[in-house]
Ligand binder design. Structure first.
Ligand code: BGC
Length: 266
């Protein structure tokens, strides 16, 4: 079956139907610039426009760049502050008339990488980090996600890590790849001290340029680039919706935490 995956980012809102048997997009992505101001009402209108583009009537998975618990948004580091306390699921369900699941953007990208990309079949502790406007994080233990970890806000040298080492900061401060990598390495060292991961997966907007910096990143753990690049959020959102709102799987998975088994037979 297909689920519509929608990835809400600071600059664009992108969606496509995802074939859950193969993890592939079943149609070209549709992208609409993120509205300014990115208020809940404005964003919900764009989400509805993406769904209309595909004449969608079925489950939708949606990423959001903030803490999302049970469909409610708790923070707004890189979106309009009026999102804090907003019920994203209720808003998007009203706007699209479809069942919707909303989860943190890095959690979604991590799920996709664990099922279909760089984390496939990887055991132990895996940390996915996304470098874009901010720094997103997702941590998996034996394939199970601990949601909303927000490691990008870990203080390093008195600043949020994402205010020192996001891809946006690299651009804004015109850092060389080596200068930026040094800051990222400091962040990875903190992560290692706290979590002793077996693997880091490096994704987000910056992963398109992985050949420029992967060789500069250092840690005790193995470090690999994300494989799904631009599509990780869309695919991960669809996978998450499969586990929570897709009618065919709802009963079978209701008692499960966000598992990362491939969607065989769903
Ligand atoms: C937000 C996270 C998000 C990350 C990447 C951070 O500023 O707090 O929730 O995952 O940016 O978008």
């Amino acid at each position: 079956m297909d689920v519509l995956g929608i990835d809400i980012g600071g600059s664009g809102i992108k969606g496509a139907p995802v074939n859950l048997l193969t993890g592939e997009l079943s149609a070209d992505r549709h992208r609409i610039p993120t509205p300014d101001p990115s208020t809940p009402e404005n964003v919900a209108e764009v989400v509805a426009a993406v769904a209309r583009h595909f004449q969608w009537q079925g489950p939708i998975g949606c990423t959001f760049p903030a803490i999302v618990r049970h469909g409610v948004v708790y923070t707004a580091a890189n979106v309009h502050k009026s999102w804090i306390g907003a019920d994203a699921v209720a808003l998007f369900e009203r706007a699209t008339n479809c069942p919707v699941r909303v989860l943190n953007d890095a959690d979604a990208a991590g799920l996709a990488e664990m099922v279909l990309g760089a984390g496939k079949h990887r055991k132990g502790v895996v940390i996915m980090l996304t470098f874009g406007t901010g720094i997103g994080s997702a941590i998996f233990v034996e394939g199970h996600l601990l949601p909303n970890t927000e490691f990008g806000h870990l203080p390093i040298r008195g600043k949020d890590a994402e205010h020192r080492a996001s891809a946006k900061v690299r651009d804004d401060e015109k850092l060389s790849w080596a200068q930026w990598a040094e800051r990222v390495n400091e962040f990875l060292a903190q992560m290692e001290f706290f979590f002793s991961p077996d693997l880091f997966i490096i994704g987000g907007g910056v992963s398109k340029k992985q050949h420029k910096f992967m060789h500069l990143l250092k840690a005790e753990a193995e470090i690999v680039p994300a494989q799904l690049l631009n599509e990780a959020g869309i695919i991960g959102a669809a996978l998450a919706a499969r586990d929570q709102v897709a009618p065919l799987r709802a009963e079978a998975t209701a008692a499960q935490p966000a598992a990362v088994e491939p969607a065989q037979g769903s």
